[in-house]
Write a new protein. Structure first.
Length: 139
């Protein structure tokens, strides 16, 4: 069995945003030359997420509104975590809901995604560089 590791870096200019990273993950798979196996895509920051869903703008807006209702950014004083001088407690909660990572099967050298499925990086405390780990194992 072989393994491949690569870090992808993102800098979302806003506090929150969703980035379709499917092409970057596909490029990693091609670079790895692995034909059968698994791909792990993991947000390496505790205020960011990786998830799979549809690449539809209305859905992304729905996610943003829904997450803001679940864990509103303001008032920042509502969160005990923010007493540390941070203002990102809401981002930690949003990440918990959206998840840390995804695992995708690799079949015949391709990501084995279902219809409409795409891989996304979700940012909840942006405006700085953050990384995503792509780890591929297989033959």
């Amino acid at each position: 069995m072989r393994s491949f590791r690569k870090e992808l870096w993102f800098n979302v200019p806003n506090r929150r945003g969703f980035v379709n990273i499917t092409p970057e993950v596909e490029a990693c798979l091609q670079e790895s030359a692995i034909r059968e196996g698994l791909v792990l895509v993991n947000a390496m920051h505790i205020t960011a997420s990786v998830f799979i869903n549809d690449d539809e703008n209305g859905l992304h807006q729905d996610y943003d509104r829904w997450l803001e209702k679940l864990a509103p950014h303001e008032p920042v004083s509502q969160y005990l975590h923010n007493r540390t001088g941070e203002d990102n407690a809401d981002a930690h909660l949003k990440r918990q809901v959206m998840g840390r990572e995804v695992v995708i099967a690799v079949t015949q050298g391709r990501l084995d995604l279902g219809p409409w499925e795409q891989i996304f990086y979700g940012e909840f405390d942006g405006r700085r560089r953050k990384r995503v780990l792509v780890k591929i194992i297989g033959e």
